[in-house]
Design a protein around this ligand. Sequence first.
Ligand SMILES: Cc1cc2nc3c(=O)[nH]c(=O)nc-3n(C[C@H](O)[C@H](O)[C@H](O)COP(=O)(O)OP(=O)(O)OC[C@H]3O[C@@H](n4cnc5c(N)ncnc54)[C@H](O)[C@@H]3O)c2cc1C
Length: 415
Amino acid sequence: MQRFSFLSLARNALSHHEGWRRAWRSPPLREAYDVVIVGAGGHGLSTAYHLAKEHGISNVAVIEKGWLGGGNTARNTHTIRANFLRDVSIRFHDVSVKLYEQLSRELNYNILFSQRSMIDLIQSWGKLRDLRRRSLAMALHGPAYDLISVDELRRRIPAMGDLSGVRLPPLAGMAHPQAAMARHDAVAWSYARAADARGVEIHQHTEVTGFLRDARGRITGVETSRGTVRAGQVALATAGNTSHVAAKAGLSLPLVTRNLQAFVSEPVKPIIDVIVNCPDVGLYVMQSDKGELVIGGGTDPIPSYRQGCHVATFEDVVASLVELFPRFKALRMMRQWGGAIEFAYDASPIISKTGVEGLLVSTGWYGGFKSIPVGGLTYAHLIATGTPHPLAEAFGLDRFTGLRFLLEAGTVAQR
Ligand SMILES: Cc1cc2nc3c(=O)[nH]c(=O)nc-3n(C[C@H](O)[C@H](O)[C@H](O)COP(=O)(O)OP(=O)(O)OC[C@H]3O[C@@H](n4cnc5c(N)ncnc54)[C@H](O)[C@@H]3O)c2cc1C
């Protein structure tokens, strides 16, 4: 892999930056691989990287119907956090944050990781109780989630207006210092480059349209828009599309898919240096390095595969934003978009073998940008060894038949 450094930048500047090697190859699609990963989003690429790095399995094809990193990984608002309720979720996401902290160095690629903390603004007694419980659970495992006063809230978020007359005045806040942002494209590109360097093949613009099976019903490969490909194992990492891709193998998963939208304002001077999250009203806002306010809220209330803007949800989010930050009324919105994200019935991820031999799934990532490093690490372990990684033992599909649900609520992403 070509190393990026100050020296290589200077050397390439001398040749007008025309000598850089391609970040990843576009090899011809072969007839067979040990593992086919369907979906070149952050999770598929991170899994491929860890398969090659930790398990020496590099005869791997990552097959992507669009372009790599162009799914939800490109659409997300890049918040990384570990403030969960269940012990396994806290440990899992704490490891992910720690992997993110080292990722630029590990992959030799600047992912613009910015650990700026998240401040939750609490506006109801019920939510305060709920988040205090989360904070006590987290205290057992490491990541901090500390109660702060309204005065402290004001100090950390000076852009807030005078909130004395608002519907739900803030009662307190929670501060989560480990929360961070990272450039989403860079995360996908860095994993793609590092996986490619270890021999993994990435095949873009190749849609998986069906599965090959042997006489016993075991999955032995995939049908694609560019022909059939045999595989020892097929691992799905198809995010919101997982229900209907799995259905092609006769598999029904405990998932629901909904549209989650986000929007950005025109760029302004630095005004918010933390991630502000308002779980009672369904709003979060942060400022990107370019100065734009990145704004999001909850999902649309109904299941769908749409990827656009639902006006009622948009209005809800904007109404909450301008109530808490009246000065943002003057801002113009530049872009808005949505993505089809998938929830497991208990809102925890699924990293699992399935009832169909040879087919595995990693899904339920409704807020799964934060989980890309640890999701890939643990999914690769399952594919390579056939047993769940200790961090992800609780995330198997068997929890839905054994009533071992891991009920988790998102911050604002789930209604
Ligand atoms: C608006 C929005 C905001 C979000 N904000 C956050 C956030 O702040 N923090 C956070 O942690 N998460 C956030 N998320 C969630 C996050 O984006 C996803 O959980 C994460 O990107 C999932 O990664 P992935 O690799 O599983 O999915 P994707 O990046 O969607 O990758 C799946 C890939 O599979 C491909 N694919 C699907 N079907 C096929 C097929 N048949 N054949 C071949 N390829 C196929 C798709 O083209 C896609 O590229 C947000 C999502 C949205 C939509």
